[in-house]
Design a protein around this ligand. Structure first.
Ligand code: SF4
Length: 617
C-alpha cells in the first residue's frame, strides 16, 4: 500500500481492539496511518479489513466468520450528527460481503473508550455480554440472555452495569438466535445495523449484547474551527432540514406514491389512490401518533419521529418509523393503517429483524396466499393476506420463532429460492438483498443502484437517486441515459460519507458533496482530505468490487428480478418497466465510467490508479 507522507494531528486514535471470544484473549493493535490516508475510516477501513481477514470460503454463521465495527475520523467529533459507525462481516442473507452503518452512541463511545475499531472473532463458550470500559474488557456470562427481546436484553444489561456516566449498547433479539438471515443488531434505544443479517453473525458467536463507555477525549486539530463550523452547520440545517425535523423521512411516502414508485402489494404495482394512501403518510403520523422528536448523538436535526398508538387493537405500540419501514411494511403489504405499521415496526425492533427485508418477506407470504400457493395448513393455521394488519404483526413473530412459513422465510431470499425455486418470481432482490421501498420501474436509475450496490439491492450504498432522479423533475426518470454517471457519483459520495462518521442527512451542513469544498476534515485531522474525498470514495467502491469478484460476482449478478421487466399495470408509472435492454444500457455506461471492463470488473489500469494492485493477488 502506498505510504502517506502525512502526519495526522487529530481525529484518529490508531487503535483497534480485537477480542477472541473463544479464548477470551484481548489484544490492542496499532493501525497504520497510511491506511487512513487511503481509506479515511468507517466503511473504507471495514472493506480493507474484510479483504484481509474474511476469505471467500468463510461461512457467514461459521466460527471462522468475524465481525468488525469501524469509526471514522468524525465519529464522536465535537461537531454535530457525528454519530455514525460501520459494521463489516460476511452476510448470512447474501452469503457475501456486508457493509452496514448505524447511528446511535456506540461508535462515539467506542472512541471514548480509546478505539477506532472493534473486531470480534471466535465463539464464546457460553452466552455472554461484552462490556468495554476504557480498554478493560469483561464478559457477563449467563445462559438466561437467550430468548430475551432486544428491549429486555438492553434493560437487563444496563441494570447490571455501574451507574453514573451513560453506556452505549448493542443487542440482538430472538430472531438472531434463531439464525434468521435478516436479523439486525439494535444500537442503543432504537437505531440499528439493519440490513444483511449482522445480528445472526453476532448471535452465532453467542454474544447477546455489548456495552461501551470511556473517558478518553480524542485529539482534534483545531477546536476553534470546529466550533465555528458547527455554528454554521446548525444555522444551515435549521432551514434546509426543517422538514426532516417536522416529518422525518416519512415525508417521502406521499410524493413517492404520487409519482408511481411505491411498492404496492409486493411490487405487483407501484401506486395506490391518494385517499387510501393517506392512512400512512407523514401528516397522518404527525397528527395521530407523534409523541416527540428523537435525536442521535450530538444531532441538532432530530429527524426521528417517536410515535405511539393510543387506542384500538394496536394500543400501546410505539416505534420510530422511517420511510423505508412504512413503505415496505405498509403499502407493500397492502396495509394503510399507520397503527399496524407502528406495531409491526416495534415487533421488528424487539425481535431484532431488519424492517426492510421483513417487509419484503411479508409481501412474499401475502402474495403466496393470494395466489393459492400456500394455505393456513402450511403456516400453523395462520392466514396472512394483503391488508391484514393483525396478521402482519403475528407473522413477524412466526419469522423470528421460525414457526409455520417462518421456517423457510428465515433463510432469506437466497435460502428460500434454493429450497422453493418456484417462489423466485415473487421475491424482489439483487444478489440476495431485498429491495428498499422504491420500485425502479418508477425511476430506472434506482434499478442500477440496486443492481450494482456493493451489498445487494440497497438504496443507500447503491446510490440514493430519489432527489435527483425522482423528485427534482429535472431528468427523464424513465430513460437509461445519464443514469450510469448519476449512480456512480452518488455511490462515490456515499462511500466517503460512510467513512467519515457523519450522518448523511447532515452532510450538507459541512459542504460534504460531490465537489467537497470544506475545511471540516482539516479542522479535525490537521490534513486537508477535501480534494481527495471523491477519489477515496471511488477507491472504496473498487476495493468492494474486488472483494465481490473474489466472491464470484461479475456482470451476471448485477441483475434485477423478473418482475421489473413486467410493465407497471396502473398509476403514474403505468406501462413502464426496466427491460434487460434498459438495464444493459445503464450498466454499460456505469462500467465505462468506473473503468471496469464489459464484464463489470475493474481493469488493471483502474486498480493501479487507486493503488489497489494488492487485490490482484
Ligand atoms: S439527522 Fe436523523 S439519523 Fe441523522 S443523526 Fe440526526 S437524528 Fe440521527
Amino acid at each position: 500500500m502506498m505510504k502517506a507522507n502525512v502526519t495526522f494531528q487529530g481525529g484518529y486514535l490508531f487503535k483497534r481492539l480485537r477480542i477472541d471470544l473463544s479464548t477470551r484473549q484481548v489484544r490492542v493493535e496499532e493501525i497504520d496511518p497510511a491506511e487512513y490516508y487511503q481509506f479515511l475510516g468507517g466503511r473504507g477501513m471495514g472493506a480493507l479489513w474484510y479483504w484481509r481477514e474474511i476469505a471467500p470460503d468463510v461461512r457467514p454463521l461459521g466460527a471462522e466468520n468475524k465481525i468488525g465495527f469501524f469509526a471514522g475520523p468524525m465519529t464522536g467529533a465535537p461537531l454535530i450528527s457525528t454519530t455514525k459507525f460501520q459494521c463489516a462481516t460476511k452476510s448470512p442473507e447474501t452469503g457475501r460481503y456486508l457493509c452496514a452503518n448505524s447511528s446511535g452512541y456506540f461508535g462515539p463511545y467506542l472512541r471514548e473508550a480509546g478505539f477506532d475499531a472493534l473486531i470480534l472473532e471466535g465463539v464464546s463458550p457460553s452466552w455472554t455480554a461484552v462490556v468495554i470500559e476504557n480498554g478493560a474488557v469483561r464478559f457477563v456470562d449467563d445462559e438466561n440472555w437467550k430468548g430475551l427481546k432486544t428491549v429486555d436484553a438492553r434493560r437487563r444489561l444496563l441494570d447490571g452495569l455501574p451507574q453514573g456516566r451513560r453506556w452505549a449498547t448493542m443487542v440482538v433479539g430472538p430472531a438472531a438466535e434463531n439464525e434468521v438471515a435478516f436479523s439486525s443488531i439494535m444500537v442503543d434505544d432504537g437505531r440499528a445495523f439493519g440490513r444483511g443479517g449482522a445480528g445472526a453473525v453476532l448471535a452465532s458467536k453467542r454474544v447477546k449484547a455489548l456495552a461501551v463507555r470511556g473517558d478518553h477525549k480524542f485529539p482534534v486539530y483545531d477546536i476553534e474551527k470546529c466550533r465555528a463550523l458547527t455554528k454554521n452547520a446548525i444555522e444551515f440545517l435549521k432551514t434546509s432540514r426543517a422538514k426532516h425535523r417536522m416529518l422525518g423521512t416519512a415525508q417521502f411516502i406521499e410524493p413517492v406514491n404520487a409519482l408511481g414508485a411505491m411498492p404496492t402489494r409486493n411490487f405487483q404495482t407501484t401506486w395506490e389512490d391518494p385517499e387510501t394512501a393517506s392512512g400512512v403518510i407523514a401528516q397522518t403520523m404527525r397528527e395521530k401518533y407523534f409523541v416527540r422528536n428523537y435525536a442521535c448523538y450530538r444531532c441538532s436535526i432530530a429527524c426521528g419521529q417517536m410515535t405511539e398508538v393510543k387506542e384500538g387493537e394496536f394500543a400501546g405500540a410505539a416505534a420510530r418509523p422511517e420511510y423505508e419501514s412504512i413503505g415496505i411494511l405498509g403499502p407493500s403489504c397492502g396495509v394503510y393503517d399507520m397503527a399496524a405499521v407502528i406495531a409491526a415496526n416495534q415487533a421488528c425492533d424487539e425481535l431484532g429483524m431488519d424492517t426492510i427485508t421483513a417487509g419484503n418477506m411479508l409481501g412474499l407470504v401475502m402474495e403466496l396466499f393470494q395466489r393459492g400457493l400456500v394455505s393456513a395448513a402450511d403456516n400453523d393455521g395462520l392466514e396472512v393476506h394483503f391488508g391484514d394488519g393483525k396478521a402482519l404483526v403475528q407473522m413477524l413473530h412466526f419469522f423470528a420463532e421460525r414457526r409455520g412459513l417462518g421456517k423457510i422465510i428465515g433463510k432469506g431470499a437466497l435460502g428460500i429460492i434454493a429450497e422453493r425455486p418456484e417462489w423466485e418470481p415473487y421475491i424482489m432482490h439483487s444478489r440476495g438483498l431485498t429491495f428498499a421501498a422504491y420500485d425502479p420501474r418508477g425511476f430506472h436509475g434506482m434499478g442500477l443502484s440496486y443492481a450494482t450496490s456493493s451489498r445487494g439491492a440497497c438504496h443507500n450504498v447503491g446510490g440514493y437517486t430519489v432527489y435527483e432522479e425522482l423528485l427534482s423533475g429535472k431528468v427523464d426518470r424513465f430513460s437509461p441515459q445519464g443514469k450510469g454517471a448519476m449512480v456512480k457519483s452518488l455511490q462515490d459520495v456515499r462511500a466517503y460519507i460512510d467513512s467519515t462518521g457523519l450522518c448523511t442527512v447532515a452532510r450538507g451542513g459541512f459542504q460534504l458533496t460531490n465537489q467537497p469544498n470544506t475545511e471540516v476534515l482539516l479542522a479535525i485531522t490537521g490534513y486537508d482530505f477535501a480534494p481527495r474525498l471523491v477519489e477515496i470514495g471511488e477507491r472504496i467502491i473498487n476495493l468492494e468490487r474486488m472483494i465481490l469478484k473474489r466472491e464470484g460476482v461479475d456482470r451476471r449478478l448485477d441483475t434485477l428480478p423478473p418482475r421489473m421487466r413486467e410493465p407497471v399495470p396502473n398509476g403514474p408509472a403505468a406501462g413502464h418497466a426496466v427491460t434487460q435492454e434498459i438495464l444493459d444500457a445503464m450498466l454499460d455506461e456505469y462500467y465505462q465510467l468506473r473503468g471496469w471492463d464489459a464484464n463489470g470488473l475493474p481493469t488493471a489500469e483502474t486498480l493501479k490508479k487507486f493503488d489497489l494492485e494488492f487485490t490482484l493477488v
